[in-house]
Design a protein around this ligand. Structure first.
Ligand code: BG6
Length: 283
């Protein structure tokens, strides 16, 4: 175990986690999946959504927060019993370092070997939440992967929320036989939504008029964006998702998937990062 600074407390349980409390924010990070489960800037309501039905058990994904999808996104192309969204969200990561920064932020680095890749995940907790996943190919041959920071956001009512920043972008509609479509204007939610946007590198903004806030989700090293809400029927089919919880969440995922999977030469690395910040809406 790395030495922990004053702002980080280890919480022992079947799934160990780190509780972070500094002058900017509070956060919770499970070593299982390097899973950021909570982020609450000082004076602000919780930003990340977590299901009351989530399991917190070895071998099971956590439903909410920020699962890391890697090295494939969604179902594995060869199917079989491979878990959806890859194996690293089910794996115990280790703490490489934990530090208080001079500006009062806290920085954790967690690591995992997922041959032929080595992963380093840097979580910086301040007024903003910065997540950076570095993937290095430590093998002897080129190797490719898909990835996503599958971020669940808390909203007061998804039917009244919208997402700006995707207008005009092409997407694969997974609720309509993977038809290719173009986003018209701001994205609003009126039914199950499962969209894989391709060639999208700019920030998205969640506008939540009920909570009176905008959540800006900026990213680097990502060419795909996924937006997801299961709505009524799919929520009811998921055992770890409460039947009535779907209005209170939406996912925006900074990803590299499908046509934008990443191929690394031996020794090469790739960095995917996402920054989450909250702005109050003028009343
Ligand atoms: C999204 C996918 O990223 O994750 C959806 O686009 C999927 O199709 C959702 O249902 C949740 O996946 P899981 O494996 O965590 O239930």
């Amino acid at each position: 175990m790395a030495r922990l600074p004053a702002t980080v407390t280890e919480v022992a349980s079947e799934l160990p986690s780190l509780s972070i409390c500094n002058r900017h924010a509070r956060a919770r990070v499970f070593l299982h999946g390097a899973h950021v489960a909570s982020f609450r800037p000082v004076g602000e309501a919780e930003v990340l959504w977590m299901s009351i039905r989530s399991q917190f058990a070895p071998g099971k994904p956590i439903r909410g927060g920020v699962p890391i999808c890697f090295p494939w996104f969604g179902m594995h192309p060869e199917g079989g019993d491979r878990p959806p969204h890859g194996v690293v969200r089910l794996s115990p990561w280790t703490i490489t370092s934990a530090d208080d920064l001079p500006d009062g932020q806290t920085r954790l680095v967690l690591g995992l070997d997922s041959p032929p890749f080595t992963l380093a995940y840097t979580v910086t907790v301040g007024a903003e939440l910065e997540l950076a996943l570095e993937v290095r190919n430590t093998g002897n041959a080129p190797a490719s992967f898909e990835e996503a920071l599958h971020t669940y956001f808390d909203v007061a009512d998804v039917r009244r929320a919208s997402i700006e920043g995707l207008a005009g972008a092409a997407f694969i509609d997974k609720t309509d036989g993977s038809a290719t479509k173009t986003q018209s204007g701001a994205l609003t939610f009126t039914a199950e939504t499962d969209r894989l946007f391709q060639g999208t590198t700019s920030a998205c903004t969640i506008v939540d008029p009920v909570l009176g806030r905008r959540i800006v989700v900026a990213k680097k090293g990502s060419r795909s964006t996924v937006v997801w809400n299961p709505w009524v029927a799919k929520a009811a089919r998921m055992p770890d998702f409460g039947d009535d919880e779907w209005p209170s969440m939406l996912c925006i995922e900074a990803a590299n998937a499908a046509d934008h999977r990443v191929t690394l030469a031996p020794g090469a690395s790739h960095l995917l990062s996402q920054t989450v910040s909250v702005q109050r809406l003028a009343r």
